[in-house]
Write a protein that binds this ligand. Structure first.
Ligand code: 8OZ
Length: 366
């Protein structure tokens, strides 16, 4: 039988995931939708949006800033005060009522921001004062990035504390775990890579020094959650957000070796150019990282039914995360299982706005 036929794949079978038994191996990837309320409180429609998608074995929330400083786009939600916790509680309760599981993605954007999005109009912070190429999405529209301010060494404990406190808020909000967003050219990724980290203190220079922030953040989060409820997302070969490293294969091999000391639940890799091609120039074989990692491996980027079924048959992934397909197909699991047609994505309603393109995509059977 070909992999695209309707034969049963174990993608649709229950699987143990640390302390949790997931109903299948299909993950809803983290997806920024920019619909939060004033105060960076999750949208009143977010419980319904996520509830509609609760048949995913696991949902990972949209990236969620750990502090006002961690924000880099208009209308993204936060997890740094009790009003935000209350908003997220409505989401976690809706998912748990449906028997689903949901992790929160912890996010600090670093230099991918703009004074218009920062407290008191301050400069965004970064490992080094290097301006990214591109534009920030503010409430007034797209504006060019600025040169960020390099963090002082004595500010770094405060950044780690932001992650720890946000992790406690995530626990209070009823999440099942957290994912550390260390991908896509945001703060942690900016520290990892030699193109964005030109520091001369103990957080820059050598591989060991550039990886230090990620490891210290991970250690802090584990004090709240335990390693068995924490995952990390990386994008080793993605150029997203003007990120660059001279030797990503060596860097990410070291990163994964070091992460192994914690016994984390999972590693979630964007296996190409984020939201784009799976094959990239100067890429490397990411199975090296999958084999190295002592935990569950979630693959992501450009998967369709056939690629996911084949990846499971060949043992290349443990779970598969789908992003855009989950935006337009709330019942994606059922549609993949039955190999039915999929709804088309409306790209005009991806970011911002309300119910349209958010909670109104049709189900096969309501
Ligand atoms: C698309 C638009 C805004 C943010 C990421 C959090 O790249 C994002 C993001 C993606 O990880």
């Amino acid at each position: 039988m070909s992999s695209s036929s309707k034969q049963t794949s174990d993608l649709f079978q229950p699987v143990q995931f640390g302390p949790y038994k997931l109903s299948n191996r299909i993950v809803m990837a983290p997806l920024t939708r920019s619909r939060a309320q004033k105060g960076d409180i999750p949208s009143l429609l977010a419980p319904e949006y996520y509830r509609q998608r609760a048949t995913a074995g696991l949902i990972i929330t949209e990236a969620t800033q750990i502090s006002p400083q961690g924000k880099g786009y208009a209308f993204t939600p936060g997890i740094y005060n009790s009003a935000q916790v209350d908003g997220w509680k409505s989401v976690t309760e809706a998912i748990h009522k449906e028997g689903g599981r949901i992790f929160l993605q912890l996010w600090h954007v670093g230099r991918i921001s703009h004074p218009a999005l920062q407290p008191n109009g301050e400069l965004p912070v970064a490992p080094s004062a290097i301006k990214p190429v591109g534009n920030a999405f503010t409430e007034e529209g797209f504006v060019p990035f600025v040169t960020p301010r390099a963090l002082e060494t004595n500010e770094i404990p405060g950044i780690i504390e932001q992650y720890r406190v946000a992790s406690q808020y995530a626990l209070d909000a009823g999440f099942d775990g957290v994912e550390i967003h260390a991908a896509n050219g945001y703060l942690i990724d900016q520290f990892l890579r030699d193109g964005t980290n030109h520091r001369t203190d103990t957080y820059g220079g050598s591989l060991e020094n550039r990886t230090k922030l990620l490891l210290e953040v991970t250690a802090a989060i584990i004090t709240i959650w335990g390693a068995e409820r924490v995952g990390v997302r990386l994008s080793p070969i993605s150029p997203a957000n003007d990120i660059l490293d001279s030797d990503p294969a060596t860097l990410f091999t070291y990163v994964v070796e070091q992460l192994n000391q914690f016994g984390l639940l999972y590693l979630h890799l964007i296996e190409g150019d984020t939201g784009g091609a799976r094959q990239v120039e100067n890429g490397f074989d990411l199975q090296i990282l999958r084999r190295l990692f002592n935990g569950i491996y979630i693959g992501n980027n450009g998967y369709d039914r056939e690629l996911a079924v084949t990846a499971r048959q060949q043992g290349l992934v443990d779970l598969v995360a789908f992003g855009r397909l989950f935006i337009s197909n709330p019942d994606l699991v059922e549609r993949l299982q039955r190999a039915t047609p999929l709804n088309k994505l409306d790209t005009d309603t991806l970011y911002g706005g309300g119910a349209k393109g958010y909670i109104d995509y049709p189900f096969l059977i309501k």
